[in-house]
Ligand binder design. Structure first.
Ligand code: SF4
Ligand code: SF4
Length: 304
């Protein structure tokens, strides 16, 4: 059996938002995009991390006493951690009785992950669900992912890949071939806007979408709308026209409203939230995009 290991940030059971039916979603750690609106910063950045939730702190003082070199002090709301100075930060989940510290990032073998994912097989079968690999960008750990997918394929479990599409097509082809469904993001049409919002150009992403369509791979395309960033009418229209050009392999377009649900996670990681000043996407803007998609003959919904 493979000695490969993968790094995951979370495994979400009973998910109904990451593809059809009841699913288990495995969130892989590490991403090659840096979307300003990313709501999973713990999965976007590679490696293990410690999240700190001040709301759970009972001010017992244990972590303050334990923090290396005075790196943890009391603040008005919970503790203030100097993450550079705190060389023993990863010991804190064991030190705090109140679970204010949480470690994110678990290394798993192929069999360990397979064992977790196969557990809810009966739910998948009864609901038309399955397993979704998400992230971060799950295809960055393509060899590990492929080994897990091979085992699930033998069990005839439906598999979806949730991906942002920035990868070498040939390199990830074996995993794409095993997938039953691709959840694919088109984040902006305008190259400059895309680069500004995600840190990268969109050419490879658009090319890979075409290649998936040529493969005949079933896709759900997701388009996030973020006020003032990628919500221009022309950009939304061009994105939808492109999706239309992919043909019948696109079974649906999900218009995703930008929300601030990830804000607490940035705080817990001690990171600044990039879109502090940007409002959430109004429902009407998403509905407009759905209507536009409908006029183009695309099936579209708000949400995912
Ligand atoms: S150990 Fe936990 S409860 Fe105690 S001060 Fe630190 S964060 Fe607060
Ligand atoms: S592609 Fe997804 S996981 Fe990666 S930065 Fe963007 S929103 Fe976050």
């Amino acid at each position: 059996m493979s000695a490969l290991t993968g790094l995951l940030s979370n495994i979400q059971m009973y998910s109904t938002k990451d593809g059809p039916g009841i699913r288990t979603t495995a969130f892989f750690t590490g991403c090659n995009l840096r979307c300003l609106w990313c709501s999973n910063p713990e999965a976007m950045y590679p490696g293990r991390k410690i999240m700190y939730y001040a709301s759970r702190c009972h001010r017992c003082g244990a972590c303050v006493a334990h923090g290396a070199d005075g790196s943890v002090i009391f603040g008005d709301e919970g503790c203030i951690i100097d993450r550079e100075k705190c060389t023993n930060l990863f010991e804190m989940p064991d030190i705090c009785y109140y679970d204010a510290y949480e470690e994110k990032g678990m290394e798993m073998t192929v069999l360990q992950l397979y064992g977790k994912l196969v557990r809810d097989r009966a739910f998948y079968e009864n609901s038309g669900g399955g397993v979704t690999f998400s992230g971060g960008e799950c295809l960055l750990q393509r060899e590990f992912l492929y080994e897990v997918m091979k085992l699930l394929k033998q069990d005839h479990i439906h598999m979806a890949l949730d991906t942002a599409g920035l990868w070498d097509f040939e390199a990830v082809y074996p995993a794409l071939e095993l997938a039953d469904l691709i959840l694919y993001d088109i984040k902006a049409w305008d190259r400059k806007v895309h680069k500004q919002c995600t840190g990268t150009d969109n050419q490879i992403i658009l090319d890979n979408a075409k290649k998936l369509a040529d493969m005949g791979k079933e896709m759900i395309v997701r388009m996030v709308i973020v006020p003032g960033l990628n919500d221009g009418r022309a950009d939304i229209e061009r994105r939808l026209e492109f999706v239309k050009s992919l043909g019948s392999c696109v079974r649906q377009v999900d218009i995703l409203r930008y929300h601030k649900l990830g804000l607490g996670k940035y705080k817990a990681l001690g990171l600044p939230y990039p879109l502090e000043e940007v409002p959430e996407c109004p429902e009407e803007a998403a509905k407009d995009a759905v209507r536009l998609a409908g006029r183009m003959g695309l099936k579209a919904t708000v949400g995912g």
